[in-house]
Design a protein around this ligand. Structure first.
Ligand SMILES: Cc1cc2nc3c(=O)[nH]c(=O)nc-3n(C[C@H](O)[C@H](O)[C@H](O)COP(=O)(O)O)c2cc1C
Length: 356
């Protein structure tokens, strides 16, 4: 049966994708939010990064870049929301068009290039506390395209938002700002993480800092990056950002430059997550993101080592109704497999593959 939500989704999908996204954010701000009336099963409750969370599903960075709709997004049922990427100074990003739908692949390609209103605008919104304190708000830290000192940019954004947000993600994995991914190189990364953690310790010692990885690193690079994270005592790792890989796509626009997200990213990002879980040995929490569009896929991320799961692209194909669907489905899967709490399932496939 065609529901109002289906009709709404179809109407929004007939627009240019960036415009459709604007319509979605405006709709959320106007309170056009599906009512969250899910009694979340206790099996999903856990404490991660110091947060008591009713379930593990959060919104990935990039959807609400300017913190315009954090309250409504939490009301849609996400247990946490990551805003940004935020840079010190407002910037336009790359020229339009810069977001493409790949419907036959249930995917998207974007090359936004950190378009955002800058740290002061985001600070004002977060301070207005337009959101009830229903869940943690993270900030995805970025650097301005023309910055002469990118390390200082990450530090500035963290420092300005330390008193109005709950955790931070260092984003060195966006493919859309030239040279940004070079910050994943060992020495540069050590310097960056050290600077960000020092700034955090000065202003908000208790707030976790995570690092978000690209899925396109070689195994040696990945191990290096994870070892730097562990040495520097980062609080968690997000795996992964979008990919430059274009294998196996069927849709128009597959040749567009930018980062690919959605279904085609699922296997690759889950493999990276699993590898990170092997190297970290369960010693720090991981957030699994990339191609999640079902409870089964969220469950696979958890079994591959994720304590929390994020998604973005699937929302544009399935709408916000996906959130309760995944939450309820995940509880059923855990109960089916005999777990009494989600924490028992984290990384079970990692342990199985490393011993077997
Ligand atoms: C349009 C768009 C913009 C994004 N912007 C950011 C960003 O600013 N910072 C970031 O760390 N990730 C960004 N991402 C990546 C997502 O957070 C996520 O890591 C990636 O899309 C994989 O998840 P998904 O397949 O569920 O979309 C963006 C993704 C999309 C589709």
């Amino acid at each position: 049966m065609t529901t109002l939500t289906d009709l709404g989704l179809r109407a929004v999908r007939s627009l240019d994708p960036e415009r459709a996204h604007r319509v979605a954010i405006n709709g959320l701000r106007a309170g056009l939010v599906p009512k969250w009336n899910v009694a979340v099963p206790g099996v999903l409750r856990s404490k991660v990064l110091g947060f008591d969370l009713a379930h593990p599903l959060g919104l990935a960075a990039g959807f609400d870049k300017n913190a315009e709709a954090v309250g409504p997004l939490l009301n849609c049922g996400f247990s946490f929301v990551e805003v940004g990427a935020v840079t010190p100074v407002a910037q336009y990003g790359n020229l339009k068009p810069r977001l493409f739908r790949l419907p036959d692949d249930e995917a998207a390609i974007n090359r936004f290039g950190f378009n955002n209103e800058g740290v002061e605008a985001v600070r004002q919104r977060l301070f207005l506390k337009a959101h009830p304190a229903r869940g943690p708000i993270g900030v995805n830290l970025g650097a301005n395209k023309l910055s002469k000192d990118r390390v200082a940019d990450y530090v500035t954004v963290l420092t300005r938002l330390a008193d109005c947000s709950d955790f931070f993600t260092i984003n060195v994995s966006s493919p859309n700002t030239k040279g940004l991914r070079d910050l994943q190189e060992k020495t540069a990364l050590e310097e960056l993480i050290r600077a960000v953690l020092t700034a955090r310790d000065d202003v908000a010692a208790e707030k976790p800092v995570l690092l978000k990885l690209a899925p396109d690193l070689s195994d040696a690079q990945l191990v290096d990056v994870v070892e730097v994270c562990m040495d520097q005592k980062i609080d968690g790792i997000v795996a992964t950002n979008t990919t430059l890989d274009r294998q196996g796509l069927r849709s128009n626009y597959q040749g567009e430059a930018g980062g690919l997200s959605g279904q085609p990213l699922f296997e690759k990002s889950t493999a990276v997550l699993k590898r990170v879980a092997e190297v970290t040995g369960g010693n720090i929490p991981l957030i699994g993101v990339g191609g999640v569009a079902s409870a089964e896929q969220a469950y696979e991320k958890i079994r591959a080592g994720a304590s929390l799961v994020q998604l973005y692209t699937a929302l544009s194909y399935h709408g916000m109704g996906l959130v309760p669907q995944i939450v309820k489905g995940l509880a059923k899967l855990l109960e089916r497999d005999g777990y009494t709490n989600i924490s028992q399932a984290i990384g079970v496939d990692v342990r199985a593959s490393s011993t077997g």
